[in-house]
Design a protein around this ligand. Structure first.
Ligand code: EPZ
Length: 418
């Protein structure tokens, strides 16, 4: 397994181009199952999770051809309506094919995703919503067997805001008979991007981005050309890289309008931030200790929590980071402690006392954003840091070592034997 080797201590200066959003590209790729197509998708990031989903869509019946910054995809017919465990265990977001398959061909067999490092991550809300739309759902041997001759519009209220739950049901409702209302829907920008794509295909979705989404079912959808939105979490991660190394980075092709909570939080720590329409410049200055609490959008994203903890571990005082979305998203703390961070965990809270410097060490990535946290810590630690199991990182960051090296980081990927 590959690993990343980082010599800490250089400040990052220059420009980085942000890639397309993984968590918008995944549901939009799944949504191509809803029509015969053809679709031309641009700004699709080259990531492990995207490749996994494309391979699964081809098994289902999609014809996909790669283009320089995206792909063409059409699904003339559904050859196979199954997503077995082998696929789902490598990527939970495979669950996003459930709604579209059910809407397109009336039957789907998708493995129940297990938990992962950050929590149990149940998907019952997806299944409850599909049942309300008339689907017959049976679970046997770890597989979800779903059937529906024709999905019917329904009024669905989510007990908890769920991003992929909102996406799954929004996709299923586009071809249902009648109108579906999603209450307490998630409001993330990636859901708005998916709705834009679907409406361009002929769907009738109103209110995406708010807590109430109304979908009027239509007979069929067509394909379309679409450019995926920029990745706000990749951009946020590089913003913190500028701050933690006291550098000066200009992040291009991003959308500051999606990043209010990250921008405000970083300003509070003392970084200077210059916002343009499609770019953000971050100049790292002091690193003040600031409390942070993750919340559903537009609050501070849980996907930025680990990265923010790396920054607070070298702040000038005491801060408390509270994780409200997932029940065990602190696995990166033990690795930061091995680098000299002073962190005490108390339930959903991490109490962090900033230290003058971290020291480089071999550390283990446990999930996608924990890997990013350890890269940030390595950039500022004294000496060498080895981040192992970086297959986690490759799932969500396109060529991160290339992007960081171009702005001065001393980082290289090494073919690992472990
Ligand atoms: C999406 O995951 C993202 N993944 C995650 O990003 C992100 O962390 C998460 O939303 C929260 O923003 C994709 O979009 C592919 P949820 P998702 O359903 O949809 C509970 C990354 O790093 N819940 O919004 O799986 C759940 O346990 C990944 O890119 C139920 O209880 O998250 C959690 O506590 C990590 N029952 C909360 O809701 C359900 O049926 C939010 O989860 C569904 C969810």
């Amino acid at each position: 397994m590959d690993k990343m080797i980082i010599q800490g201590g250089t400040s990052l200066n220059g420009e980085i181009q942000i890639s397309g959003a993984k968590n918008a590209a995944l549901p939009i790729l799944a949504a191509t199952l809803l029509s015969r197509g053809p679709n031309r998708l641009k700004n699709v990031p080259k990531l492990g999770d995207i490749t996994t989903l494309k391979r699964l869509l081809e098994k289902i019946g999609a014809n996909i051809s790669e283009e320089n910054d995206g792909c063409s995809i059409e699904v003339k017919s559904i050859e196979n309506n199954e997503a077995p465990y082998a696929w789902v265990k490598t990527m939970r977001a495979t669950i996003l094919v459930l709604g579209p398959l059910l809407a397109r061909c009336g039957e789907a067999h998708v493995s129940l995703p297990g938990g992962c490092a950050i929590g149990a991550r149940p998907i019952q809300l997806h299944l409850d919503g599909l049942e309300k739309m008339g689907a017959e759902i049976n679970i046997e041997h770890g597989m979800i067997h779903a059937k529906a001759t024709k999905l019917k519009g329904a009024v669905i209220h989510f007990e908890t805001q769920t991003v992929t739950g909102t996406e799954n049901l929004m996709m299923a409702a586009t071809l249902a008979e009648g109108t579906t209302t999603l209450g307490n829907a998630a409001c993330e920008p990636e859901i708005v991007d998916l709705a834009h794509f679907l409406n361009q295909c002929g769907a009738q979705i109103i209110g995406a981005g708010t807590e109430t989404i109304v979908i009027h079912g239509v007979k069929s959808l067509s394909g379309t050309n679409y450019e995926i939105m920029p990745d706000r979490i990749e951009a946020g991660t590089f913003m913190l890289a500028a701050s933690i190394t006291k550098g000066d980075l200009l992040l291009k092709k991003c959308n500051p309008a999606h990043m209010g909570s990250i921008i405000e939080k970083l300003k509070a720590t003392g970084s200077e931030i210059v916002i343009e329409k499609k770019s953000i410049r971050v100049i790292g200055k002091e690193i003040k200790a600031v409390d942070a609490k993750t919340l559903p959008y537009p609050g501070l994203p849980t996907d930025m929590q680990a990265q923010f903890m790396a920054l607070m571990s070298v702040s000038d005082g005491l801060s408390v980071v509270t994780e409200t979305i997932f029940e065990s998203r602190f696995t990166h703390c033990a690795e930061l402690q091995r680098m000299g961070a002073d962190i005490r965990l108390e339930g959903h809270h991490a109490v962090i006392k900033g230290v003058p410097h971290l020291s480089g060490a071999p550390v283990m990535a446990s999930d996608l954003r924990a890997s990013a946290c350890l890269i940030l810590a390595g950039l500022v630690a004294e000496g060498q840091t080895e981040v192992l199991r970086i297959y986690h990182l490759d799932r969500g960051y396109e060529s991160i070592e290339k992007k960081l090296s171009q702005v001065g980081a001393n980082i290289q990927r090494v073919k690992g034997d472990l």
